[in-house]
Design a protein around this ligand. Structure first.
Ligand SMILES: *Cc1c(COP(=O)(O)O)cnc(C)c1O
Length: 220
C-alpha cells in the first residue's frame, strides 16, 4: 500500500460515518492526487481556482471539487461549470457572483458561509451577525442558483487544544441556532471544520466535513 493510501485508510478509520473527508490537494502534483483517487478518495479540496481547474481537466470526472480558499469574484466563472461545494463564501457580493455564474451554467451551486472563529486577525470570514444577515436577507430569495448548505470555520493555530475545541463548539452552536432559518435555499446540513492537526476534535464537536491535507500527503 502506498503511504497516501495508508494515511487515507488510517484517517477514514477514525472518522464516524457522519463526518466525510475532504482530501486537501493544494500544491500537490497530479500523480499524488491519482494515488489518493486510486485509494478511494473522491472529495478533493483546493484553495486556488486556476489550480483546481487544471486538475479538474486532467483527472477523472467523478471527483467532487471543493473550493476551500479565499475567493475573488473575478475567478468564480472558471470554476462555476464544475465546482461541487464552495466552503469559503465571506460576502453577499461573492454569493451574487456565484449565483450569476451558476445560472449561466444552468446549475445550482452549494455554498458554505465561512465564519471567523479564530483569535488570529489574519483569517478570512464573517462574524456570526454578518452571516445571520446574509441568511435572513430578503434578497437571498432572488438568488435561485445558489444554496447555502452550512458553515465553515478554521480554529486558531495554537497548541492549546482547549481553545481549538471551544472555537469548534462555538461554531457548532451557531450552526444549530441557524437551523431555525432553514428554508428551500438555506439548510444547515454541512459543518466544515477540522484540518490535519485538529480534525478529531472537530469531529467530536460535530463536524460533517474535515479538510485534511498534510496528514495525507505530507507537509508542504
Ligand atoms: C490547507 C488547508 C487545509 C488543510 O490543512 P492541513 O493542515 O494541511 O491539513 C484545510 N483548510 C483550508 C482552508 C486550507 O487552506
Amino acid at each position: 500500500m502506498s503511504s497516501i493510501a495508508a494515511s487515507l485508510a488510517q484517517i477514514e478509520k477514525g472518522l464516524r460515518k457522519e463526518t466525510r473527508l475532504v482530501a486537501v490537494t493544494k500544491t500537490k502534483p497530479l500523480i499524488l492526487l491519482m494515488e489518493a483517487y486510486e485509494a478511494g478518495a473522491r472529495l478533493f479540496g483546493e484553495n486556488k481556482v486556476q489550480e483546481m481547474v487544471t486538475k479538474y481537466e486532467e483527472l477523472p470526472k467523478d471527483i467532487q471539487w471543493h473550493m476551500i480558499g479565499h475567493l475573488q469574484t473575478n475567478k468564480v466563472k472558471y470554476m462555476a461549470p464544475f465546482v461541487s461545494l464552495v466552503h469559503s463564501v465571506d460576502s453577499f457580493k461573492l454569493l451574487k457572483e456565484i449565483n450569476k455564474e451558476a445560472q449561466k451554467n444552468n446549475r445550482i451551486i452549494d455554498c458554505l458561509l465561512q465564519i471567523y472563529i479564530a483569535r488570529e486577525e489574519t483569517k478570512f470570514g464573517l462574524s456570526e451577525e454578518e452571516a445571520l444577515d446574509i441568511i435572513t436577507a430578503p434578497e437571498l430569495a432572488t438568488l435561485s442558483h445558489i444554496r447555502i448548505v452550512g458553515l465553515m470555520g478554521m480554529a486558531s493555530n495554537t497548541e492549546d487544544l482547549n481553545v481549538v475545541r471551544n472555537e469548534f463548539r462555538g461554531l457548532k452552536n451557531t450552526f444549530e441556532s441557524f437551523k431555525q432559518h432553514d428554508n428551500q435555499q438555506v439548510m444547515m446540513k454541512e459543518l466544515s471544520m477540522g484540518m490535519s492537526g485538529d480534525y478529531l476534535i472537530a469531529m467530536e464537536e460535530g463536524s460533517t466535513l474535515v479538510r485534511v491535507g498534510s496528514a495525507i500527503f505530507g507537509s508542504r
